[in-house]
Design a protein around this ligand. Sequence first.
Ligand code: XMP
Length: 319
Amino acid sequence: DWTMASYREDAIARIRAQVGDRKVICALSGGVDSSVAAILIHEAIGEQLTCVFVDHGLLRLNEAEEVVTMFREAYNLPLIHANESDLFLGALEGVSDPEVKRKTIGRLFIEVFDKHAKDIGGADFLAQGTLYPDVIESVSFSGGPSVTIKSHHNVGGLPEKMGMKLVEPLRELFKDEVRALGRELGLPEKFIRRHPFPGPGLAIRCPGEITREKLDILRRADAVYIDQIRKHGLYDEIWQAFAAILPMRTVGVMGDGRTYDFAVGLRAVTSVDGMTADYYPFTHEFLGETATRIINEVKGVNRVFYDVTSKPPGTIELE
Ligand code: XMP
């Protein structure tokens, strides 16, 4: 792609000019955005970059192992695997307010990075895969009131006291442009086509209080749902699909017995840039089959809902 080839060259030159011979620490989440940012920065400044993968205990099934293996083995990026699930889940105990969840996770992210930056002898810059839609959903318009829909944990939350500046090479790009840049940088197609995953992870797909039990159920339900979508060849038609665990138990019957288990909500939307979205029109056959599979394969779930809300008025995530 001609445009992305020149964007790549320009971005590399800008990163070198900004960073000089100083050190950068990068928040690698395993998503397309931070991965493209990390690979681009690695190309620009090599070993001056250290990546930190924060496992906040809010990742999907097997995600941590897959990401760490891929970046260490296939890309040879200097990568620290920070397993901080106890820290994050401990701080989130008893928290159900969505903004408090986001702010708690954002604050701990910063603390964890700060700690690892100190461990490697200090870094001058923090790299992030912030995109244009993230930037504009968090701005306050001059002369008007501050308009914040949701606080993104990866935007604007960096206290000056950390003494680190930001490197954000994707700040002007929309999602489809980041994917084109990823192809330009040689990332595998399957990886590039992965649906976006939010920084606060499963926390915002678990309305109400977060518990390890609910997260475990959510992970397994989500894995079955995504498996269904892939098996039916629908993955690439959908912008984002995921399961959520709803904050209620309902009564059901299974065999001869009564059940009193969690309800799972399924979400799938089409979108161009995440700013607006339409719910995906699955067939009734697909929905029925998926509900049956989830209830049969995931212990602790006895009811499945499909979310038919578009954005606006809904948002893509539940919180
Ligand atoms: P909403 O729920 O606001 O989501 O309609 C729009 C897109 O943004 C993703 N999202 C986030 N990404 N940090 C991120 O990196 C966040 O805090 C965050 N919140 C939402 C969401 O998955 C969707 O793609």
